[in-house]
Design a protein around this ligand. Structure first.
Ligand code: SF4
Length: 291
């Protein structure tokens, strides 16, 4: 099997230092939309200058290089054990080269491993098998701690909030999550929402929605309309970039519905900060490309 350690290292470098075009375009549009000379526009200006500097110097976009979340679709017959080792080796090398901050702390002892590896969950790698004639794809998301801390899970119905087991109830709790977060998740952010599933599947799916590009249309027309509505309504809250006030609190909303037990109705909200770092590598024989 091909050794892809160097190529995965390059995927990590790009993800940590080069903000995707769709995110940057949306941030630039937000800058143009804010009042000239406002604190909101100043915050976006600083963010955008930082994005340029990180790209030209190949340095991390943010000091918190986040939790490493890999999503690997591998052709039938490929060894996931070997792929996992290559990912871990690339992560260790990326930490040595300062593309990643040493971020993996043993929760019991408080000791940092120093190289971004740890137990079986660090880095987190999700594997899914595809047909043997399909390419190998490796997606990486770097999810910051500040935005992870403001993620939330709700169990409907929620009588205090008047949120029932329907899309109107979902809307109420998602708006509540953004209101609770205020600027703490490093707004402007992107909302990944999953409805249904068990608690674990729901959170997992809410993060997976964040692999999509900003502005991608939801194939479910009802959810597509709700995504637009929630983005608009959150932007009327006045929280603004980094909580300084303004018109831009959320850049986009992505919602996925999962099947659920009749007894449960969970809504999970994963908040992604403006440092919306996600990249994809595709391996087609000897050809390797990055998105
Ligand atoms: S939440 Fe995002 S932007 Fe804020 S410190 Fe963490 S990684 Fe950086």
């Amino acid at each position: 099997m091909q050794d892809l350690t160097q190529e995965i290292l390059e995927l990590i470098r790009r993800t940590s230092t080069d903000l995707p075009e769709d995110v940057e375009t949306k941030l630039r549009a937000a800058y143009a939309d804010e009042e000239t000379g406002s604190a909101a526009q100043g915050a976006l200006d600083t963010i955008l200058k930082n994005v340029d500097l990180a790209r030209s110097n190949s340095t991390p976009i943010c000091q918190d290089t986040g939790t490493l979340l890999f999503y690997i679709h591998y052709p039938e017959g490929m060894s996931t054990r070997k792929l996992k080792k290559q990912v871990q080796d690339a992560v260790i090398k990326a930490t040595e080269l300062n593309y990643l901050r040493p971020n993996s702390v043993n929760t019991i002892t408080g000791k940092n491993t120093g190289n971004n590896t740890g137990d079986d969950y660090y880095p987190t790698i999700h594997f899914e098998e595809v047909d043997e004639n399909l390419p190998l794809t490796i997606e990486l998301m770097l999810k910051g701690g500040g935005c992870e801390n403001v993620g939330a899970q709700y169990k409907l119905p929620n009588t205090e909030m008047g949120a029932g087991r329907d899309l109107a109830g979902v809307r109420k709790v998602v708006l509540d999550a953004v209101h609770q977060a205020q600027g703490k998740g490093c707004a402007p952010g992107v909302l990944g929402v999953a409805i249904g599933g068990d608690r674990g599947a729901s959170y997992l799916a809410s993060k997976e929605t964040l692999l999509g590009k900003i502005g991608e249309k939801n194939p479910n027309s009802e959810l597509n309309a709700m995504e637009k509505q929630i983005t608009e309504e959150t932007n009327q809250m006045g929280i603004g970039p980094m909580g300084f006030g303004g018109k831009t609190t959320v850049l986009d909303t992505k919602i996925k519905g999962l099947h659920r037990l009749p007894a449960s109705y969970f809504v999970s909200v994963s908040y992604m900060c403006w440092a919306y770092r996600r990249r994809k590598m595709t391996v087609n024989g000897t050809e390797i490309s990055y998105d």
